[in-house]
Design a protein around this ligand. Structure first.
Ligand code: GDD
Ligand code: MG
Length: 382
């Protein structure tokens, strides 16, 4: 007889490992329009934009695989046609991937219901769900273990943020049970916690099957509040691991740099972690300086004297001599002229920026735009 029976609330203490069995199925929500990331998302859906040299989704799929997931259903909508040609049946990642495309966007909950028939899990088994734009060190098996040990209907990964207004607020009681779900709070009174929905869930499969079919449903605005009103058990798991929603250009560039640096975990970074990652086929001038987790994509060219810090230069882009690029993203095939200064800027795919331009503080240049060279600035005494 055991002197100290394991606590159900602490699955790591559970000696038989009963709660540590992985969830083998996941749904990835990858159908959003990525509006805040435009112009990066004009030709490419958000999860397919390269971060640290591979489409962002690769990192999420690799982490799911490492956590024991075998079967993933992708819920696609916007630019749905680009996912399957890249990932195919998933065998390169050791996964079985399936794709389901909505004819009209069904929202996060509608998308889940729309793919539920592809799941193989029994009604009482756990199914993982991931938002397709989250970079995190979440301990996926721990979330599944929390779900199993608490007997919840849905378990949610929660994280603490300084400004929760852009997220779903999820207050919990002392046992971690969710007491409310407030998506994108509008008034100061609604900001009752700094715990937010981190975009990874475990659903008991039957709960997914019960979402209404054939119409748009928001899991955040309808499903979660509805479940709480019915007395369902929603369990939160708060942690302080790395977490970033890559929904804005600044966040995307940060996330990619953190993957290159090794601050953000992923088994899918194609190279050694460090100050820079230069993909095969890129050409970098000998005296160019790349630092802060900069990634240079295949076929890109970096000219002499260029300084690039914490930035993502996508495939086939050109950054000419003596340009300074910080915390910025240069899109596929874009061209940044000599001596340009980019700071927190986004240059869309195929854009051409002439010499001596400055783009600072969130400036965005649209895809294929042509920006002439800046007029030469004379110093006052000339
Ligand atoms: N298939 C499909 N269909 N997917 C969709 C749809 C749709 O109609 N709408 C959105 N998605 C996908 C997006 O591609 C993304 O992966 C995920 O659902 C979440 O959508 P976002 O647009 O990124 O939402 P958000 O960032 O404003 O808020 C969500 O994430 C936060 C955490 O980052 C919410 O879940 C918040 O509660 C949460 O805090
Ligand atoms: Mg998001």
């Amino acid at each position: 007889m055991r002197a100290h029976p394991a606590s159900a609330a602490d699955p790591s203490q559970e000696p038989s490992g009963r709660y540590r069995r992985p969830a083998t199925e996941a749904i990835l929500l990858v159908g959003g329009k990525g509006t805040r990331l435009r112009p990066l998302t004009v030709h490419t859906p958000k999860p397919m934009i390269p971060a640290a040299g591979v489409p962002f989704l690769t990192h999420q799929l690799a982490r799911a695989r490492a956590a024991g997931v075998e079967h993933v259903v992708m819920a696609t909508s916007y630019l749905a046609e680009v996912f399957e040609p890249h990932f195919g049946d998933g065998s390169a990642l050791g996964l079985h991937l399936e794709y389901v495309t909505e004819t009209e966007p069904l929202g996060t909950g509608g998308a889940l219901r729309n793919v539920a028939h592809r799941l193989r899990s029994a009604p009482d088994e756990p199914v993982l769900v991931f938002n397709g734009d989250i970079l995190t060190g979440l301990d996926i098996p721990a979330l599944v273990a929390t779900h199993r040990s608490s007997g919840a209907d849905v378990s949610l990964h929660l994280t603490r943020v300084e400004d929760p207004r852009a997220f779903g607020l999820v207050p919990t009681d002392p046992d971690g049970r969710v007491t409310a779900f407030l998506e994108k709070p509008q008034t100061p009174e609604q900001i009752v916690t700094d715990q937010v929905n981190a975009g990874a869930y475990v659903f008991t499969r039957s709960v997914l099957d019960a979402i209404p079919a054939g119409r748009p449903v928001s899991v955040e605005r309808e499903t979660f509040p509805g479940l709480l009103a019915e007395g369902a058990h929603l369990q939160g798991m708060v942690d302080s691991t790395y977490w970033l929603d890559l929904g804005t250009p600044q966040a995307f560039v940060r996330g990619s740099a953190d993957l290159v640096l090794g601050t953000a975990p992923s088994p899918a970074v194609p190279g050694r972690r460090g100050e820079r990652l230069v993909l095969a086929g890129a050409r970098v001038a000998e005296d160019a300086k790349l630092s802060g987790g900069t990634c240079v994509g295949a076929g890109a060219v970096i000219g002499p004297g260029a300084r690039i810090e914490g930035s993502t230069i996508l495939a086939g882009a050109v950054v000419e001599a003596d340009a300074v690029v910080r915390d910025s993203l240069v899109g596929q095939g874009a061209h940044v002229g000599p001596r340009c200064v980019l700071q927190g800027a986004v240059i869309g795919d195929g854009a051409v920026v002439g010499a001596d331009n400055e783009f600072l503080h969130g400036a965005r240049v649209w895809c294929e735009a042509r920006i002439p060279a800046a007029a030469v600035r004379f110093s006052p005494d000339e």
